[in-house]
Design a protein around this ligand. Structure first.
Ligand SMILES: *[C@@H]1O[C@H](CO)[C@@H](O)[C@H](O)[C@H]1NC(C)=O
Ligand SMILES: *[C@@H]1O[C@H](CO)[C@@H](O)[C@H](O)[C@H]1NC(C)=O
Ligand SMILES: *[C@@H]1O[C@H](CO)[C@@H](O)[C@H](O)[C@H]1NC(C)=O
Ligand SMILES: *[C@@H]1O[C@H](CO)[C@@H](O)[C@H](O)[C@H]1NC(C)=O
Ligand SMILES: *[C@@H]1O[C@H](CO)[C@@H](O)[C@H](O)[C@H]1NC(C)=O
Ligand SMILES: *[C@@H]1O[C@H](CO)[C@@H](O)[C@H](O)[C@H]1NC(C)=O
Length: 350
């Protein structure tokens, strides 16, 4: 990844430049004081570059080929959920915590504390869990980088929890019998995190539900990307049900009915995935459940190369025809479709 040594904020990193061009809605002469700020916690569905560039595939080819044209630390060929929510709010996509400079221009639209691969609990990925991410945020609040006034007047929190806790649970040989208790512990921890974030004065906290895990290419590969797994989808739906109950309770307890907002990724993914079925004539998502970028011959994964530098992956001709970019993550076009489906619940954020 190239680093540039320009003086202005506009060329700190090449990807930041491109993002600014697309989301550059900074109106001339506009006061920055009450600019909407977005703070993000969570995982790869929201991370825009916090993982180390030396090791993460999100910083390697072919990630980023659609936008900005090269790897940008996102697990997508282009944008991720964060970028679409930021564009909805009319702000530049917030700077990743790892790249921040504590100057107004860097931090005025908020900050992204999400790290790919993480959950509320520690996962198989050695990166900050959500508690640790909130600790980073708390540190900045204690340093008055963001004042209580900044946070209560115009700030929005986005929490993306997409299933890494469950992936870890099953990888560690968790049983189906123990799943209900484990789900409750995930939700309990998530609720603690949400309350803590709200405690900083933020008046809107949006939380994603989990998408249809059973439809992820990593799961459907065994059926040649034909059939979703009911078990995986049930895991997601049980989590989502508990989460929604808890959000109702939290909203009730805070006495304001709409502080905590549920973003229904399950329905949004499902309607995007049904698009092909309902519009077979359309080229959009022609590839169904099959990801655009995948490992060859059951070895490797999107972005992997062997010791001699030979690619161990293939990329589809037109990423716009795939809902999924790799075996876990939606493509730029996939996220666009999800965003379109979510738009109905987004106005409650502002
Ligand atoms: C926070 O608000 C103050 C005014 O209350 C403003 O001067 C400052 O720029 C804001 N900070 C950020 C990071 O936007
Ligand atoms: C988060 O990570 C820290 C450091 O690894 C650990 O001590 C803590 O228990 C974790 N929190 C949760 C809720 O798992
Ligand atoms: C998983 O756990 C069950 C019961 O706890 C045990 O019988 C089984 O051998 C374990 N499997 C693996 C692969 O560790
Ligand atoms: C997928 O599901 C259909 C209908 O339920 C079934 O007929 C088919 O055998 C399944 N395919 C695979 C590869 O499991
Ligand atoms: C919270 O729930 C109680 C009991 O169901 C109800 O009486 C009260 O009006 C609710 N408060 C809010 C703010 O929704
Ligand atoms: C099919 O895709 C084109 C653009 O790719 C779009 O303009 C059109 O509205 C789509 N058709 C349907 C039925 O959504």
């Amino acid at each position: 990844m190239e680093k540039k040594t320009c003086i202005t904020f506009f060329c700190l990193m090449s990807f930041a430049v491109s993002t600014e061009l697309v989301y550059g809605v900074q109106r001339p002469g506009e006061e920055s004081v009450d600019r909407v700020k977005l703070f993000i916690f969570g995982d790869s569905y929201a991370d825009t570059g916090n993982l180390p560039s030396s090791t993460s595939s999100s910083w390697k080819q072919p990630y980023g080929i659609t936008f900005p044209g090269k790897p940008s630390g996102r697990f997508s060929d282009g944008r991720v959920l964060t970028d679409y929510i930021a564009s909805f709010l009319g702000i530049r996509s917030p700077v990743p915590y790892e790249w921040k400079k504590l100057e107004e221009k860097w931090i005025e639209t908020g900050m992204n504390f999400a790290y790919g691969g993480t959950g509320v609990f520690n996962t198989l990925v050695d990166q900050p869990n959500m508690t640790a991410q909130i600790n980073f945020f708390q540190q900045l609040v204690q340093e008055n980088v963001y004042t209580r006034n900044n946070l209560s007047s115009s700030s929005i929190v986005l929490v993306s929890l997409s299933g890494n806790d469950y992936g870890t649970y099953f990888a560690k040989n968790g049983s189906l019998e123990g799943l209900e208790a484990f789900t409750k512990s995930v939700i309990d921890q998530l609720v603690l995190n949400l309350k803590r974030v709200h405690g900083f004065g933020v008046q809107k906290v949006a939380v994603t539900g989990i998408g249809p895990l059973g439809c992820l290419p990593s799961i459907t590969a065994s059926t040649s990307y034909q059939n979703c797994s009911d078990t995986g989808n049930n895991v997601a739906q049980f989590h989502n049900q508990l989460l929604q109950q808890n959000l109702h309770r939290l909203n009730n307890e805070t006495g304001a009915s709409s502080v905590f907002v549920f973003l229904d990724l399950y329905s949004a993914f499902s309607s995007a995935l049904k698009f092909k079925q309902n519009h077979p004539e359309n080229l959009t998502f022609k590839n169904g459940l099959k990801p655009c970028c995948l490992g060859v011959n059951g070895e490797g994964s999107c972005g992997s190369v062997d010791k001699s530098g030979t690619k161990k992956y293939v990329v589809c001709e037109n990423p716009k025809q795939s809902f999924f970019w790799d075996s876990i993550h939606p493509s730029d076009q996939g996220w666009h479709a999800v965003y379109s489906a979510l738009k109905r619940s987004l106005p409650s954020l502002v």
